[in-house]
Design a protein around this ligand. Structure first.
Ligand code: MN
Length: 193
């Protein structure tokens, strides 16, 4: 049985970027529903005892959609912390971002464009390949870089449920504010694993 993850922050700790109301809905309702759905779908399927990443890489249809959304949201929530204005990459990932994109600012601009222009519901990703090369991806609905043999590092959820309570239709304002919340220690650890 999959469990709903515990959040690494208090429900109101991400304010004013993300409200406690959004967290209650996003974690307590949307993510909880994906967890319940997957737990109902998995018994007696060929995916029953596989790790989540493997299910997402192999499954199709409803199992893929629900497993993908659990993996995506776990990665999303676990990389967030209370807002800070002086927030920037650390460690080996900071070096890789500078080398491949020129600077953190140049990377931010590219990643922001990917998140803002993604049509419909989906996720913007920073992922790495087996050579440590970084990739920015736009992925629709429940998709995750593991379906392309890439390692997910950082993600912005651009489904409307992630921002509509706090920002209404203003996705670009939500994305601009999201940079204050990133826990780069967590993101660097994923890169180094
Ligand atoms: Mn979401």
């Amino acid at each position: 049985m999959y469990q709903l993850i515990n959040l690494p922050f208090g429900a109101s700790e991400l304010e004013p970027v993300i409200s406690a109301e959004t967290i209650a809905l996003h974690h307590g309702k949307h993510l909880a529903t994906y967890v319940n759905n997957l737990n109902n779908l998995l018994p007696s399927s060929e995916f029953e005892n596989l790790p989540l990443e493997e299910i997402v890489a192999k499954a199709k249809g409803a199992i893929f959609n629900n497993a993908g959304q659990i993996l995506n949201h776990n990665l999303y929530f676990e990389q967030l912390q209370a807002p800070s204005d002086d927030n920037h990459p650390v460690g080996a990932l900071a070096t890789a971002i500078d080398e491949q994109f020129g600077s953190f600012e140049a990377f931010k601009e590219k990643f922001t464009a990917a998140a803002v222009t993604l049509f419909g519901s989906g996720w913007a990703w920073l992922a790495s390949d087996t050579n440590g090369k970084l990739h920015i991806l736009q992925m629709a609905n429940a998709d995750n870089p593991v379906t392309k043999d890439l390692k997910p590092l950082l993600t912005f959820d651009v489904w409307e449920h992630a921002y509509y309570v706090d920002y209404r239709n203003r996705r670009p304002d939500h994305i601009a504010a999201m940079w204050q919340l990133l826990n780069w220690q967590v993101i660097d650890r994923r890169f180094m694993q």
